[in-house]
Design a protein around this ligand. Structure first.
Ligand code: GRF
Length: 204
């Protein structure tokens, strides 16, 4: 199975996918990295692993439709079976979501539908979990649809919120769990074990 990864930041999830492929645990190949930020960790990781990378940001184009067209062209060229959002900080244009319906995965650092939606990213998520007083948080891998963090859930795993946790300590535990979760969810697709029935992802 061919993957195209979209990332904006440190790229630790991207790296965990590269590592699992190198270890032979994830039976997939990465066709390309598309990023919207020239100086990000994800680009360094792509270079190190010899993965083709491409800079595509809305600000590089005169209009949103030009950007959308370029992104669709880049995705077609990469010819991927699955698009993996790994800390991609831009909302994908609607035509992209429609073209790749049920083929775009995202990872969110909390148990959706709690602590998701617009503005819920990075430390904001963990701050919200702690100030709510939730006793569990975790990781959600889901299909991307037209709304932030609302697509059908593929996999969820939890971590306990501990007394004395700070947003940083909770973020660290959640991120470690993300690294052990994303590749497992992708492998389900590689193994052909996933069927989508409306809002439900059924794993055989
Ligand atoms: C992760 O916490 C992921 O859940 C969220 O963005 C963060 C990306 O981190 N969507 P990294 O760039 O993979 O280190």
């Amino acid at each position: 199975m061919r993957l195209t990864v979209l990332a904006s930041g440190g790229g630790s999830n991207f790296q965990s996918i590269i590592t699992k492929i190198q270890e032979g645990k994830l039976k997939a190949e990465i066709a390309a990295l598309i990023h919207n930020n020239r100086v990000c960790g994800a680009v360094e990781k792509a270079e190190k692993a010899g993965i083709r990378h491409m800079h595509l940001a809305p600000s590089m184009f005169e209009s949103q439709s030009d950007y959308t067209r370029e992104l669709l062209t880049a995705l077609k060229e990469a010819n991927a079976d699955l698009i993996i959002l790994a800390g991609y900080m831009k909302m994908l244009p609607l035509p992209v979501v429609q073209e790749y319906k049920n083929k775009i995965l995202n990872i969110h650092p909390a148990l959706l539908p709690a602590f998701g939606g617009k503005g819920m990213y990075g430390h904001h998520v963990h701050e919200a979990v702690l100030s709510y007083g939730a006793k569990l948080s975790g990781v959600t891998v889901h299909l991307a649809n037209e709304e932030y963090d609302e697509g059908p859930v593929v996999m969820q795993r939890s971590v306990e919120v501990k007394e004395g946790d700070t947003p940083e300590s909770l973020a660290k535990r959640v991120l470690e769990l993300e690294h052990d979760t994303y590749w497992r969810a992708i492998q389900l697709f590689c193994d052909g074990r996933v069927t989508i029935q409306g809002r439900k992802v059924v794993i055989q």
